[in-house]
Design a protein around this ligand. Sequence first.
Ligand code: PLP
Length: 401
Amino acid sequence: MADLSSTSRRLRDLGVRRATLIVDRDRAEANIARYAARAAAAGIVLRPHFKTHQSAGVAQWFRKAGITRAAVSSIGMARYFADHGWDDLTLAIPANPLEVEDYDTLAGRVALGLTIDSHATCDALEERLQEAVSLWIEVDTGGGRTGIAWDDHAALTSLALRLRAGSGRSAQEPRHRFAGLLTHGGQSYGARDRLEAAAIFATVRRRLQAAAAALGDAGLSDDSRRGTDATGSSILLSAGDTPGFASSADWSGLDEARPGNFVFHDLMQLSLGTCTQDDLACAVACPVIGVYPERHEAAVHAGAVHLSKEHLSGTDGRAIFGRLIGLSADGFTSLLPGWDVASLSQEHGLIAARTQQARHGLAAVKPGDLVLVAPVHACLTCEQFTSYLTLDGEIISRYRR
Ligand code: PLP
């Protein structure tokens, strides 16, 4: 079992001098392998969202597990992965009419999927897109962010009929293909526990299927689940959120899974019960710059610009911006009990010793030591860094905006 001092020693042996994003590659690869196996068992395509790691190096670990498709959330990220050999990408955010020329250029190089939820965006794409793309209609299955409401059958069918009718009729027309319905059940992050996340996921799937059935009623599909339309093209159903896929063994009714966070997990997933401590695969090594035994705290040079301001509420209602995790010769260990990140300013973090045992440990902490902080929300924490350091000392770069 690692403790504060052995963790600090190992991080120093890795050459860490300032706030550094550390990845436990074995754990990340185990997370990837588990999801790849689950998708294969469910008979559905795993199209992981790469916005969590945003790294061609990490993407190679997915490639090793047989994954060949990915979702991204910006055209820049799409270009970056295309430059690194990923040739089947979905931009899983409503298309931006101001970037149509960029989409067109990229669609000339890779199989590109775009997401829309309005006729206005469809107008912009039809006007200026020359290259073939797949178009997904985003459905709001309860997240309330983007997408056409799942039960607004009139809006769904009107857009779907337009996409189907406009698909490549002549050289002048955009040669788009209506791919299907896409949703992100992000409301799962508001669940109290794993059971509630599973219930939300079941509702998301049911609503997506109901939306597909409405298209069927409008002549777009002859199968009430999703099936094929009169031209024989299938209308695929794509969903993606880590709590949903993590909490439920039943992925039926879907064709594609787009979770992203699962590659690293984080304290948010842990608090939802949608991962275990053994699944936490990234953390930030933070140098101690001050120790204040009288208030049971130490300061680290790692603030909001390193960890992000995402926080959880502890049982006593206090905000928690991270927890300390150990590092042994075998990799990350479990969380170190009694420690959390109690507050953040731009460059500073305050770590607090909450228990007698942790306070005892604090007595041995000194400036120049290193602690390892498991983030609340891995996607946003990783976003603050330009590279990862593996436990083998390898530096793996990330996409830079
Ligand atoms: N799909 C879309 C459209 C998303 O916005 C996200 C995350 O925000 C995902 C998939 C992946 O979800 P998660 O981060 O829960 O894995």
